[in-house]
Design a protein around this ligand. Structure first.
Ligand code: ZN
Ligand code: ZN
Length: 159
């Protein structure tokens, strides 16, 4: 899946920043572009490693600050699964996340609007703003088995 049809153009990216009183910088756009170019929802450290390939002088703190800025502007969202490091998602449309139990990468799953909210009933008096669903399994690059989480638990109990 590509983001080409759903991602913001560079101009819209700049507009979105200025809506929040922030200015466009090449660095901000570069970090945003890295998120757009990858489908695995990289961690801050992975973004840092990739940014460093072109800008050796960039610091981890700068990457963190930039990611925080993009989140505040509504350009990026955090993806958290318990006990795993935060990953970053540039897709602001409603979608689910697929967590690979082998490599830990996270991928977008397109879901129809009715499926997103139709089958969920909030407790009485509660309001649903967003439905987040974690689907777990093995991604294309990871053959099913080997390092699977459940396999690890099996190994554990054998000892
Ligand atoms: Zn996502
Ligand atoms: Zn995987």
């Amino acid at each position: 899946m590509t983001y080409s049809t759903k991602c913001l153009t560079e101009q819209k990216f700049a507009d979105k920043l200025s809506d929040s009183g922030l200015r466009y910088t090449t660095q901000r756009y570069q970090i945003y572009s890295i998120l757009l170019s990858r489908q695995d929802h990289p961690t801050a450290n992975e973004v840092y490693q990739q940014t460093k390939e072109n800008h050796e002088d960039i610091s981890m703190a700068t990457v963190y600050n930039t990611l925080e800025t993009l989140i505040k502007c509504g350009l990026v969202r955090e993806v958290n699964l318990e006990k795993t490091v935060t990953r970053y998602c540039p897709n602001m449309k409603d979608h689910w996340h697929f967590y690979c139990e082998n490599c830990g990468k996270v991928f977008d799953m397109d879901v129809d609007r009715p499926a997103l909210s139709g089958s969920v009933t909030a407790p009485s008096g509660f309001t649903i703003n967003q439905v987040e669903v974690a689907v777990r399994g093995a991604c294309q690059q990871c053959p099913d088995g080997e390092n699977k989480v459940c396999r690890k638990f099996d190994d554990f109990s054998d000892n």
